[in-house]
Design a protein around this ligand. Structure first.
Ligand code: IDP
Ligand code: MG
Length: 149
C-alpha cells in the first residue's frame, strides 16, 4: 500500500468541486486516511512548492494557493501515487484527457483544481509538511476485498 498527498486547490473549493473530487477518489477504491480544510500559510506554501522557487510563475503559485481554503488529504491504496496522478490528468488542462479531473473541469494551467504528489519520495515529503502521524487514521474499507484481488 502506498500513501500519497492530495490537495483540492482554492479553485476546486470555490467552484464547489470538493464533493465531485472526493467522490472520484472514493469510487476509485482508494482510502482517504486524513482530510482537512485549511488555509495554507505562506511558509507551508513555499515548503510545499520548493522545487519551483526559480520558476517565473512561483509568486503567482504561492499567492494563489494561499488565497482561499484548500482541502488537504492523505490517500492510501495500491499504486496510490500513480493512480491519483492519472485521475488528475496533465498539469495543463489543455493537454489533460477527458475523464481526468483537470480534463473535465479545467481550462487554465494556473487553475488546474488539484495537486497530487508526483512520486513516492514527493508524497512522503509532502505528507510530512501537511500532516502529523496522529492526524492519519488506520482502517480498511468494507468493500476492499471487491477492489483488490
Ligand atoms: P503538477 O501540479 O502537475 O505536479 P508542476 O509542474 O509540479 O505540476 O507545477 C505545479 C503547479 O504550478 C501546477 O499544478 C500549476 O498550477 C502551476 N504551473 C505549472 N506550470 C505553470 C506555468 O507554466 N504557468 C503557470 N502555472 C504553472
Ligand atoms: Mg508537481
Amino acid at each position: 500500500m502506498e500513501q500519497t498527498y492530495v490537495m483540492i486547490k482554492p479553485d476546486g473549493v470555490q467552484r464547489g468541486l470538493i464533493g465531485e473530487i472526493v467522490s472520484r477518489i472514493e469510487q476509485k477504491g482508494l482510502r482517504i486516511v486524513a482530510m482537512e480544510m485549511r488555509m495554507i500559510t505562506d511558509d507551508i506554501a513555499r515548503r510545499h512548492y520548493a522545487e519551483h522557487v526559480e520558476k517565473d510563475f512561483f509568486k503567482f503559485l504561492i499567492d494563489f494557493i494561499t488565497s482561499s481554503p484548500v482541502v488537504c488529504m492523505v490517500v492510501e491504496g495500491e499504486n496510490a501515487v500513480a493512480a491519483m496522478r492519472m485521475m488528475s490528468g496533465a498539469t495543463d488542462p489543455k493537454d489533460a484527457s477527458v475523464g481526468t479531473i483537470r480534463g473535465d473541469f479545467g481550462l487554465d494551467v494556473g487553475r488546474n483544481l488539484i495537486h497530487t504528489a508526483d512520486s513516492l519520495e514527493s508524497a512522503e515529503r509532502e505528507i510530512t509538511i501537511h500532516f502529523t502521524g496522529d492526524e492519519m487514521v488506520e482502517y480498511t474499507r468494507a468493500e476492499e476485498t471487491w477492489v483488490y484481488e
